[in-house]
Design a protein around this ligand. Structure first.
Ligand code: ZN
Length: 316
């Protein structure tokens, strides 16, 4: 069970940070006034986008030190930005240069007005954590399962993990292989298949046993994913339709919590060579549920959802 550790594997937390950073960046833009506070190459000031986004090749032809300093006011003064371009002039760079040239022709700076940082997700464009949190779940495009997720009571960190699952942004072995970060993408739970996020959370034999035994505790073993269940969201949606409305929140919370712990188990196996059995994972899930009920009882009130059931019908 020895897995090679490489420097690359330690990148994962940073990748996670990058996703949050990218989402934050995607949520803000600048309304340019006098252009003194806005960075020409990197801030989102041109039709809500940055030049790095609009013209990535052109932007790569500019030194990073210049990018961190050049304000819009400086750049537009006698088209100083053109002199910032020092890299190779490939066809793509030149095409992008024309694009930015055209886009910057009609910009009028307003001398007595400060640049304003705007937040996309509220009508008054002021940043709030609630709107930031909601934007994670609404996103710019409707995503299957996102509505399901918003309504579910679960800790923010778990919901955020599911948000990444829905957007297929988890750094699974399959994804890392696709990006050339590793050669082997075999699932660390079953060693039988490629480790995609849907495999890990739904199709993997290890995972299916966890789901089956977990759901059996609640008398819901028929809802467990079977050999035909390949993807998380279709399985989850179908399963919740088979139970009464009152019970759906319980199932949703359980799905999110269990998926999150399965992901953590995958990380323990991948990075720490620590292996839990199905029994261990089940105990872990129950412990987490009890901890939630104690800690968040008044907020989440999940004890009424399944805390009671758990205490009366505990593990085999
Ligand atoms: Zn597997």
């Amino acid at each position: 069970m020895e897995k090679k550790r490489s420097g690359k594997e330690e990148r994962d937390p940073a990748e996670f940070e990058n996703v949050i950073e990218a989402m934050f960046q995607a949520s803000i833009y600048v309304e340019v006034g006098n252009g003194h506070k806005t960075l020409f190459w990197t801030d989102r000031w041109l039709q809500g986008q940055s030049i790095s986004d609009l013209a990535p090749c052109l932007s790569n032809a500019v030194g990073s030190r210049i990018k961190k300093q050049r304000t819009v006011a400086q750049a537009l003064n006698e088209d100083v930005w053109v002199r910032d371009i020092t890299g190779a002039l490939t066809v793509q760079v030149i095409l992008e240069y024309f694009l930015i040239w055209d886009l910057t022709r009609d910009i009028q700076l307003i001398e007595n007005t400060m640049d304003t940082l705007c937040w996309k997700w509220t009508s008054d464009r002021m940043f709030t954590t609630t709107s930031a949190y909601r934007s994670f779940f609404i996103g710019q495009h409707p995503v299957e399962g996102a509505k399901l997720l918003r309504k579910t009571r679960a800790l923010a960190k778990c919901k955020f993990f599911i948000w990444l699952v829905l957007h297929d942004r988890c750094w699974t072995a399959a994804r890392r292989k696709k990006h050339g970060l590793q050669d082997d993408d075999t699932c660390v739970m079953c060693y039988q298949a490629s480790e995609t996020v849907d495999h890990l959370l739904t199709a993997c034999p290890f995972t299916r046993e966890v789901w089956f035994r977990m759901l059996r505790t609640l008398g819901w073993e028929t809802l467990a994913p079977d050999t035909q269940s390949t993807f998380l969201v279709p399985w989850w949606s179908a399963a919740r339709k088979q139970i009464s409305k009152d019970n759906r929140r319980c199932l949703d919370t359980l799905v999110i919590l269990t998926s999150w712990l399965l992901w953590k188990e995958r990380n323990h196996r991948t990075f720490d060579q620590r292996v839990r059995t199905v029994d261990d994972v089940l105990t872990w899930v129950y412990d987490e549920i009890v901890a939630w009920c104690n800690e968040h009882g008044t907020i989440y009130a999940i004890s009424s959802d399944f805390g009671d059931r758990m205490t009366t019908q505990h593990l085999d």
